[in-house]
Design a protein around this ligand. Structure first.
Ligand code: ADP
Length: 465
């Protein structure tokens, strides 16, 4: 049989409660009874000694015997007086003619010496325990008689019967209370664990929306809080994953539908004019290129987002690297009648992955040229600021509104979707820049004012030789 946590705790509580209560009440009962018997014993000894005193004071035997009868009648104990020398020598008055003497040899010796004898023993004839006190009566150093006071033990413990009932009831009540309290506590403890089990089952089926209600601040409560945090972050990851898939499929859908439309047009013979066919094939080519770029960028970003993906560590003259990249954009800039102004501090050395840093500069230059209208200039500035190298790419384009500014770095976010697409953008350029710079312990900042232009600033730690 398999027990749950609840049953286990409950069984333990029950066992401990029953043991504790039984043992506790048993002990109380035992001690109380002992105490009571002890008191009865003292009383019998006292009465015996009173009688002994009176034995010497009494004017006559008759008077003494009257006193004995009176004591016998007025107390709970039976009182017997004997002077029978036979009985006395045999150890009176317990010898009932049986083979077994009620009194032992040592006790008899005590009596002869004039000392009282007290015992609790089973009476051979009545087969019940009796409490007995024997007081010897001495005359000129000789045992002349004895007073025997006794009572069955059952009579002594009798007043206990009602107490025993009360005790038993209290015991039952106590056990019941412990069990109810135990049950409540276990329920409170187990409830969040049960909830966790249900919710984690739901989580394994992809439902991350459930949370546990936390009422406690103990270990289980803390566990529940951690569990909720875990659920929240899993939900966020799941949400991101969904968004990402939506974005990717959305990005792929447009070029694919273009390609399908134009290939169908060619296949169906809608047009057979060689120049039109050529134009269509040109569009197909452009869309294929876009998809290729998109897939390449996505793969790149996925790698960069993986924390274990390594960056090369090279000592790089940063100004040289920048001017090499800018050189590649010169032709494009000339076509748009743009001037590329470089102010680069040649002494700056950084540590990092050369190809990846070229990618950063290239993506930023690409955006600056793409979004800046013809005839304007772009400035590329590299300076040292404290322990950092600071690269600024300043354009005089349309700028980005304050509302859009925090979002442009996100994947697939584009202020003007149609325009970005027309220009061949994937919406991943700035996200890639951000990842690379972060992996170089640097920062990217975008400042922009609508209508005034945009400045992208990249700070990287200087090489510490
Ligand atoms: P894209 O491939 O669309 O350029 P990016 O991630 O590089 O993707 O940029 C995201 C969006 O940020 C762009 O679509 C554009 O709207 C805006 N953006 C980026 N750079 C500039 C800039 N220099 N001037 C104005 N807008 C910019």
């Amino acid at each position: 049989m398999k027990f749950g946590l609840k049953q286990k705790i409950w069984i333990t509580i029950t066992i401990v409660a029953v043991i504790a209560v039984v043992f506790g009440t048993g002990l109380t009962y035992f001690l109380y009874e002992k105490f009571y018997v002890e008191k009865q014993k003292d009383m019998l000894v006292l009465q015996g000694n009173e009688l002994k005193k009176f034995y010497h004071l009494a004017k006559s035997k008759v008077e003494f015997e009257q006193r004995i009868q009176w004591t016998d009648a007025s107390s709970d104990a039976s009182v017997i007086f004997t002077e029978d020398p036979m009985l006395l020598s045999a150890g009176i008055p317990y010898d009932e003619g049986d083979e077994t003497n009620l009194i032992t040899f040592e006790e008899r010796q005590r009596l002869i010496k004039g000392k009282e004898v007290v015992f609790i023993r089973e009476h051979p004839r009545f087969h019940q325990d009796i409490l007995a006190v024997t007081v010897p009566l001495m005359e000129q150093g000789q045992l002349a008689g004895a007073v025997f006071l006794y009572m069955p033990l059952a009579d002594i413990v009798e007043p206990f019967q009602p107490i025993r009932l009360v005790l038993l009831l209290t015991l039952a009540l106590l056990v019941a209370m412990v069990l109810v309290a135990g049950l409540k506590t276990t329920n409170r403890l187990i409830q969040p664990l049960k909830e966790m089990e249900t919710i984690s089952n739901k989580m394994s089926n992809g439902d991350f929306s459930q949370r546990i209600k936390v009422h406690q601040s103990d270990e289980v409560g803390n566990l529940a809080v951690s569990f909720n945090v875990l659920a929240a972050s899993l939900e966020a990851v799941e949400q991101k994953r969904r968004e990402f898939l939506q974005n990717v499929s959305h990005e792929l859908r447009t070029p694919l539908s273009y390609m399908r439309g134009y290939t169908e047009a060619i296949l169906d013979g809608v047009t057979s004019k060689p120049e039109t066919v050529k134009k269509y094939v040109g569009i197909l080519h452009r869309e294929t290129e876009r998809m290729q770029r998109l897939v390449h960028d996505l793969l790149d970003l996925a790698q960069l987002e993986d924390d274990s993906y390594p960056m090369r560590q090279e000592v790089l003259p940063f100004a040289q690297l920048i001017s090499d990249v800018v050189e590649r954009f010169k032709l494009l800039a000339r076509q748009k009648q743009m001037e590329l102004v470089q102010e680069l501090d040649d002494d700056i050395i950084v540590n990092g992955d050369g190809d990846r840093l070229e990618q950063v500069v290239s993506n930023l230059m690409d955006n600056a040229i793409r979004y800046t209208p013809e005839g304007k200039s772009i400035r590329i500035l590299l300076s040292q600021e404290g322990v950092d190298a600071k690269l600024m790419i300043v354009d005089a384009g349309p700028g980005i509104s304050q509302a859009n500014l925090p979002k442009v770095i996100e994947r697939f976010y584009r202020v003007d979707h149609a325009r970005s697409r027309k220009e061949g953008g994937t919406g991943l350029g700035l996200a890639i820049v951000q990842q690379i710079v972060r992996k170089h312990q640097g920062q990217v900042q975008i400042d922009s004012e609508e209508g005034m232009g945009t400045t992208v600033t990249v700070t990287l730690p200087l090489f510490q030789g």
